[in-house]
Design a protein around this ligand. Sequence first.
Ligand SMILES: [Zn+2]
Length: 361
Amino acid sequence: MVRHMANPLTPDVLADPVVLTRALVDVESVSRNEKAIADYVQEVLEQAPHLTTDRHGNTLMARTNLGRQQRVVLAGHLDTVPINNNFPSTVVDDLIYGCGTSDMKSGVALALHLVATLSDPCYDLTFLFYEAEEIDSQYNGLNLVAQAHPEWLLADFAVLLEPTYGVVEAGCQGTQRALIRTSGRRAHTARAWRGVNAIHAAGEVLRRLEDYRPRTVTIDGCTYREGLNAVRIAGGVAGNVVPDECTVEVNLRFAPDRTEKQALEHLNEVFEGFDVEVTDSAAGALPGLSAAPAREFLAAVGAEPAAKLGWTDVARFAALGIPALNYGPGDPLLAHAPDEHVEIGKIRDGATTLHRWLAGN
Ligand SMILES: [Zn+2]
């Protein structure tokens, strides 16, 4: 391995999750530029005698083989969105500012801190540090590993250390986009009675959206709020033509008790009598909080879980039948913001909680 500078992730740095967060933030790793940080992390993993390490692109997997009854994944992405006058890190009072502080190098720091300080966990552990989460999913390291080495992901439970401000956010909602099409017959507007106006017909589609009452669903104590919204509308031929086609694009956010197929059935129900064409769809993920490691994790955190409303990489684990949730020290509302920062206290709390859970005491 060719290195351009000494690895900043020294044993002293690894011993303190706050110092480690800053050290990670200060290695620039905008998506597609993760080689340097991946090299440093790989060296840390390879120095841990209780782990075996593998690499795929700039994604690293390291795991224990202690013969424990159950295996837990701790995962985090190494990349950040482009820097925005917020590099390198700075500290003001008990806040660390900088690109990636919240999303999600403080989370990665918690995992790497465990690598360095917990050699005898009560579960077998798999650490995943992956590339390119912030850009198109064709580059996403977790996605690439799921295709190339699906066995790397196998576990009984997974925690993604994405920013949740110290709250457990379980499962995630699914999303489906569809075009609702109305048709008519073209005519000159001077003889409009000879045509049928497809844009007027879309009025009924909009009325149904306006009248729509989204469901609220509680699963494993997590409350999911669905939504169905028009996000775009298109139609019209010319200033003097009765239009023969109009499409309303809708986005359904659905709770994870519906499959993608059931979500589509629901859209067909809502828009009965209209043509519904799905253009994009992603399944949600059930919270899966009944697995034993999940219950013990919730006990260690000591707070009620909340539902994750957006789509996240936990769904990639769910697709493999592995319950997964998000838990990290960053504030999700600050992710990708120029004033992105993380509270030092949240990093310390997170480190203590994970240690308590995984040391089994
Ligand atoms: Zn993230």
